[in-house]
Design a protein around this ligand. Sequence first.
Ligand code: 9WO
Length: 250
Amino acid sequence: MRFDVITLFPDLFGPFLQQGITRRAFESGQVDVHLWPLRDFADDNYRRVDDRPYGGGPGMVMLVEPLERALAAVRAQAGAAPVIHFSPTGRKMDQALLREMAGGPGAVLLCGRYEGIDQRFLDRHVDLELSLGDFVLSGGELPALALLDGIARLQAGVLSDARSHEQDSFEDGMLDCPHYSRPEQLTTPEGQNLPVPPVLLSGHHAQIAQWRREQSLQLTARRRPDLIAVARAAGRLSKADERFLATLVL
Ligand code: 9WO
């Protein structure tokens, strides 16, 4: 799958894509990322890609023409993948969307800066607007990296244990259970002893699976009751899940 990133700050991408487990997806070419520095598509000696907003007001607006030249260059190499723009006005990015995209052809990722992009470019070329949440950043680069990271780790062979993302929060619509590792007893500086939940040391795989499911259900019911309602409506809660949820005092 191929991603073409149009950005004023291509240097932000390299270091991130070259670190950690997702590096494998990028180095193996499973996820092929091409960076398109927008300034290369300016048409004047000052490499201008922005100008003042009509109607006045603060800040600068990204110009249509350099963006159209950049997109034409992408199209000449990459074909007709959908164009994604990152903005708080977009559809909330979620794990279902990442799963869907992880099996697809890729996309053109358009990273805005300054006050934003001339609306005429957005109207003509953007297929999908994605939001990470109700907050404002200084550019679309971090949301683009978040999408690339989320998709890279879903590629076959990227996680060392193939089943590792079946346990992730949201893969089954629930929040992930808590995790513990050594030591078995943690002594805090205040002299408290914090043991690992005993069931995890028991070796009873069925009991461990049940404990983890119940921890997931409890955490989800407390923090994200909206996700419980969705899972229930979709028929993804078992009778045992419902019995356990009925015992909870939230
Ligand atoms: C910013 C903005 C703020 C409030 C309502 C709508 C908005 N749209 C944009 C916008 O498209 N901004 C461009 C991209 C240019 C300035 C930096 N940009 C940006 C994207 N800031 N914050 C985001 C973003 C993207 C996805 N999820 C959260 C924030």
